[in-house]
Design a protein around this ligand. Sequence first.
Ligand code: C2E
Ligand code: MG
Ligand code: MG
Ligand code: MG
Length: 283
Amino acid sequence: HNAKEQGVEIRRYIPAMQMKAKERLKLENDLRRALERNEFFLVYQPKVLLETEEIVGMEALLRWNHPKRGLVSPAEFIPLAEESGLIVPIGEWVLKTACLQNKKWQLAGYVPICVSINLSMRQFLQPNLAGRIHTILTDIGLDPCYVDLEITESMTLDKETAFDQLKRLKELGVFISIDDFGTGYSSLHYLKNMPIDRLKIDRSFVSEVMEDSNNAAIVSTITSMAHHLKLKVTAEGVENKEQLQFLREQHCHEAQGFLFSKPIQPAEFEAIFLKKAPLGASL
Ligand code: C2E
Ligand code: MG
Ligand code: MG
Ligand code: MG
């Protein structure tokens, strides 16, 4: 692999669900120490505005560099972290680190872009989440308009709790996106009522959009519905030009995927994707 991919390549391990209880416990213990041992880091994937091809955002994605196992996939350790409750301090670290990185880039004179941060279920259910995020933003001095929080449909199952939480988060001035849209519990009722800003069409629909006419219908319908509901719409997992062309024809706003870039380390992201702001325009 070339240098560009170093540190973001993930080896495949047995999913936590299929692991033996003993091995699971071991991994959970390792996870418990990972924060203090600085084994986590964030990689960033650009989000492209289709109309202009500008980079308008980035998604922060968590990586765990395990001392013995190497890089462990979030698909493997997030569920473990979620079950054990460790996701709360880990998620807080992600929030702080991503916001601080974004602020540093602004202070360095780059054109500001928005950072998307994934929230887990447990984090989202914390009654004081908005307060914690407010503290992080004020401590760092980051304008909330440069933060986008990604939640999934399943987190809105309890409509009242979700509505109240989203309202508090929106009052901070951050954006809210629904991640993996189309794969979870979708009620059109919640789309109408929840204070959200954006739908992110799940990769599974985008990846087969040229081969599977049902996927094409789904992508087209979600995009059109987002327009009617005055929501932004982002396509995940765009890997080729044909998919991109299809998304343009559907007037999808933004796209993310390997076609533009894999998630990469901050130094690379800075070098490849960030633009210097015109003089005098810095914060
Ligand atoms: P997600 O939020 O839906 O993130 C998108 C995933 O798709 C990422 O996998 C990304 O690397 C991958 N991806 C992006 N473009 C392409 C593409 O063109 N093709 C393919 N095949 N894959 C693409 P990753 O980084 O392994 O993350 C997996 C999931 O783990 C995320 O899905 C998210 O649900 C979770 N996750 C990652 N970081 C965090 C975090 O900080 N907190 C929480 N709670 N969950 C996280
Ligand atoms: Mg996401
Ligand atoms: Mg997603
Ligand atoms: Mg996804």
